[in-house]
Design a protein around this ligand. Sequence first.
Ligand code: SAJ
Length: 419
Amino acid sequence: MNALPLNNRPSVAVIGLGYIGLPTAAVLASSGAEVVGVDINQNAVDLINAGQVPFVEPDMATTVAGVVSQGYLTATTQTPHADNYIVAVPTPFKDGHKPDLSYIETAGKQIAPLLEGTELIILESTSPPGATEFLADTVLAARPDLTLKPGSAQSVYFAHCPERVLPGRIMIELRTNDRIVGTLNGEAGERARELYELFCEGEFLMTDARTAEMAKLTENAFRDVNIAFANELSMISDGLDINVWELIKLANHHPRVNILQPGPGVGGHCIAVDPWFIVSAAPEHSSLVRTAREVNDAKPGFVLDKLLPQAKRINDVQIAALGLAFKPNIDDLRESPARQIVGRLADELPQANIMAVEPNIDVLPSELEALENVTLTETSEAVRAADIVLLLVDHTEFGRLDRSLLAQKIVHDTRGVWN
Ligand code: SAJ
């Protein structure tokens, strides 16, 4: 832990204390910055100020507890003045898969009146091309006395530094990943780099803001396209009576082939969202990116189409649905195909008893909690009682399941864990 006195530490306000903002705030605070985290969620703010965390991410809780107790990180609902701002707010999409920049706009409007000149404003949120310019335009529209022209006391500096950390490994990857830094004006990039150098040991890759925005989208679209290929293979193989897991393993022995793993669909707030920003920016040239999204979004329906006819043949069928998170060993249920599948199973099978197993949560999400035919159940209890076992998430715990419990059951392993 860095022991710089408070008045020598750069001041940073991190806007948005979600899955990226909070770990970034905590790592910055533990590496020499004086950090104020800002969030509209009073409950999250109160928890953080008590040294606790509002969501699970390995190793984050201890870092937050440490920096809060030392006074290097505080949380508030009111945006303060700081020399450096990091904007890490959501960028969801709205109707027609168009990016929704309203959170970025709100952040810009809240920062604008506080600016004194010479501040650095970094956009970290994954953003469509042009979003950093949009943030700068928002700020300057509210503060016409300020300028993007560098070098004066009225200059404000903007950069885009997209986060690229993997949920479940955020505290490690924040320090070790290479960092793209996109400059919008003047020395913004160099200043951003100095700030991130407090904690990031990776290489710094300097570019302009627009290319940085597109680079982040490209990384996630690349992964989405590759997962879509694996998911498409799984559907092709199913019809041809071929084991897709064996097929991929064999093909991956080729020195230039590296196919990803199929699953019940693609979840999370990044890979299932970001490729649409590319489609939205250049619809006429992004048919591959769009198709990959459509293939991955169709996979939960394919899983249900396989399972429902079998389930409907069994009176008062008992189904163990293993996993609700969007990927293994986390509690994040956002855009989770598993959660979507369980909801649709419950709708289609009113007489069924659906035992949802998710070792990382204590309470079902509200839309499932409200259903009479869905209960949160412990792993082996659910598997023992089940007629059908549907594995949806490759949590480590499920891989350790006593396989003899699966004998006499109808098993759908969408992740190839028991293959
Ligand atoms: N998935 C598969 N098969 C695979 C790999 C993943 O079905 O072979 C599924 C997962 O189960 C999950 C979804 O894809 O539902 C996404 O999971 P992920 O682990 O691929 O990615 P995320 O969404 O957790 O994090 C991604 C990462 N991007 C890349 O790997 C290019 C991360 O580095 C980014 O920082 C993050 O998006 C983000 O914030 O954008």
